[in-house]
Design a protein around this ligand. Structure first.
Ligand code: PLP
Length: 400
């Protein structure tokens, strides 16, 4: 039995994940670790599979945005350190304690309440990374006074261990480095204030992918590697500079479900926004906006079929799209690449992002639970996971 029925799937090349970790390993100082950021289900690639591959390839810890994402990693048997980068409601700290997950904190009241809850529950102490806000304006302590106040609260909390301190950059992917340099300066001043107050610093980290590419010397104890892990550059500017070689890990593929040749002028899809001329070959593909394939690609995007680009014609529907093919030889069941490479042609996530009017990060994150994930390792299918049916299929042929 096939592991999924609708012939549309996401393919994730775990060898690319491994190569990307290795590229950063070569680029950053030897003493700097790699924390693989697998939030948002590994930017749509699958947090568990990517996390496991990153750990096998040289990452030493993982990071997620929220505690529920960390629970998924533990339930899959991942025992490496996991840090929650975002806010955790204080009534969930026992879950973090039970699963040995590190949390982020930036407020003394939260620390006092978290300590009380763990003590009352008789649970194990948890590790805490303090978040500093040096110019992102999102989460974190902003001044040295606030920071020392939070550190003192931590020191008085026997059920919380101070294990890290970090900041996050807002503009590290831009050509103008004024803002990121100012943020780093501010971070250094906060660290200096801690040293002056006689504190021993725990794990220090500030670099996302962009900062790790441009300022590897700011790596401190670890970088937090997100988008680069997946083989994507954080901005067109950094892609053009290509200081670190990256291999995109994700492809999106489907198979033709219907082909017709217009005998006469024929309108296509909702709104009849495209009219095929007599003789045009129109194929229907089983993918739509309900899968996370943006409706903004209506009459704009492209797919690859038989090594050539074919335009999407008419509006993207909820579950289907139509494309105009070059040759009349197309048949039901032919493979079509929506994102990724086919021969020498490529539809990159950068190109799709530009057409949709967003950043490359958002494109894989939109691909949702309706799409099975096919994992490839050493050039072969290693596993299939279908989030819709919650089924795993080991190294099963998906006829591709
Ligand atoms: C706090 C934090 N650190 C690291 C990252 C990883 O960033 P990137 O994907 O740009 O490497 C993110 C992602 O947004 C983040 O929010």
């Amino acid at each position: 039995m096939k592991p999924f029925c609708r012939d549309t799937w996401v393919e994730v090349d775990l060898d690319a994940i491994s190569a990307n970790v290795a590229s950063f390993r070569r680029h950053i100082p030897e003493t700097t670790g790699i924390m693989a950021v697998v939030k948002a289900d590994g930017y749509g690639h699958g947090a568990v599979h990517v996390g496991q591959e990153a750990l096998r390839s040289g990452a030493d810890s993982l990071a997620v945005a929220m505690l529920d994402e960390a629970v998924v990693l533990r339930e899959a048997g991942i025992t490496a350190p996991v840090l929650v980068l975002g806010y955790t409601p204080v009534d969930s700290v026992e879950t973090a304690s039970r699963l040995g997950i590190e949390l982020t904190a930036y407020h003394a009241d939260w620390i006092i309440q978290a300590n009380e809850r763990i003590e009352q529950a008789g649970a194990k102490p948890i590790g805490i990374h303090i978040k500093t806000d040096t110019g992102m304006g999102r989460l974190g302590v902003r001044t040295a006074e606030e920071l020392l106040h939070v550190v003192r609260a931590l020191e008085q909390s026997p059920f919380l261990d101070w294990t890290g301190i970090f900041t996050h950059f807002a503009c590290a992917d831009e050509e103008d480095t004024t803002h990121v340099r100012r943020q780093h300066q501010q971070f250094q001043e906060l660290l200096a204030a801690l040293r002056e107050a006689g504190k021993t610093l725990p794990r220090v980290h500030c670099c996302n992918t962009a900062a790790a590419i441009v300022f590897p010397e700011w790596g401190y104890d670890t970088i937090r590697l997100g988008i680069g892990l997946y083989g994507l550059y954080p901005s067109p500017f950094l892609k053009q500079r290509a200081q670190v070689k990256l291999v995109p890990a994700l492809s999106l593929k489907t198979r033709i479900s219907h082909v017709k040749t217009a005998a006469e002028a024929m309108t296509v899809s909702y709104g009849a926004t495209y009219t095929a001329k007599p003789g045009e070959t129109i194929a229907t593909l089983p993918i739509g906006y309900a899968d996370g394939f943006s409706r903004s690609l209506s009459n704009r995007g492209f797919v690859l079929h038989e090594g050539r680009r074919s335009p999407i014609v008419g509006r993207v529907c909820m579950d289907q799209i139509m494309v105009r093919l070059n040759g009349a030889s197309a048949k039901v069941g032919d493979e079509v690449v929506l994102y990724g490479r086919l021969g020498t042609e490529e539809i990159s996530l950068d190109e799709v992002a530009e057409l949709v009017g967003t950043i490359n990060y958002e494109i894989p994150c939109m691909l949702n639970y309706r799409l099975p994930r096919v994992y490839r390792k050493d050039g072969k299918v290693s596993e299939v996971f279908h989030p819709l049916t919650m089924t795993h299929a080991p190294a099963q042929s998906v006829n591709n």
